[in-house]
Design a protein around this ligand. Structure first.
Ligand code: GRF
Length: 235
């Protein structure tokens, strides 16, 4: 089993709470991905200490140490190769990757975004969601393509936007969903149940709605109950 686990490297820039959720999930030897390293583009990323305390190898590759964006991405690519990465998981990596780098890892690189894509690509998703007055918000795990926050969607989780929410309360609710969703999505990817095919995600090994709660929450098998719940909190 151990030898079949997919060697996964996480790229971070900061706090690293999603990284920690992935590391914790992969601490189970039955999890199909093994976290073999964490790379940060920021030397002071808090996530580096968390990874080290969990016994995960870390490497800092800063933009300032490289002459160009291409050279920076090339250094990250070679760090990934040194780790023997089979999967790259972006978790709060705050730098746009070059098209050349993305092409090398396309179909093997995933990201978590704090909104229900294709809505609210980019930054400040929670404040923009509040400003737009939407009643349902959430997070998305998707394959990374050259266009920002645009690759094929693997899994999404929705949370309600409550009437008196502000940015801190809404982002905390979404973050909690992120910490559940990302390990589920990585597991599905590592065990071969999802793969990127052109500009779509192909799914296999899902019998019917049973099991699909892994890729969409609220669970589609309980859609009526969940919609009733949502209706109760949505004015
Ligand atoms: C998360 O909200 C993630 O969705 C976004 O950046 C944030 C990173 O937070 N891409 P953390 O570093 O995982 O705590």
């Amino acid at each position: 089993m151990t030898s079949q686990r997919k060697r996964t490297v996480i790229l971070i820039s900061g706090r690293g709470s999603n990284m920690a959720a992935l590391i914790d999930a992969a601490a189970d030897p039955a999890f199909p991905a093994e976290i073999v390293g964490v790379i940060s583009d920021k030397a002071d990323a808090a996530g580096l200490g968390i990874a080290a305390s969990r016994g995960i190898a870390t490497k800092v590759v800063t933009r300032a140490d490289h002459a160009s964006k291409d050279a920076h991405d090339a250094a990250i690519h070679s760090a990934l190769a040194t780790f023997g990465a089979e999967i790259v998981a972006l978790a709060g990596y705050m730098r746009l990757l070059t098209a050349g780098f993305v092409e090398k890892w396309q179909g093997r690189m995933i990201n978590i975004h704090p909104a229900l894509l294709p809505s609210f690509k980019g930054l400040d998703t929670h404040q923009r969601a509040l400003d737009a007055g939407i009643r349902v918000h959430g997070c998305t795990v998707h394959f990374v393509t050259a266009a920002m926050d645009d690759g094929p969607i693997i899994a999404q989780a929705a949370v309600p936007v409550l009437i008196d929410d502000d940015e801190p309360t809404l982002s905390a609710r979404v973050l909690k969903a992120e910490h559940r969703l990302y390990p589920l999505a990585l597991r599905l990817f590592a065990e071969g149940k999802v793969r990127m095919e052109g500009n779509r995600t192909a799914f296999s090994g899902f019998a019917d709605t049973v099991g699909q709660d892994e890729i969409a929450a609220p669970n589609p098998a309980r859609e009526e109950i969940d919609l009733e719940q949502l209706a109760r909190i949505t004015p």
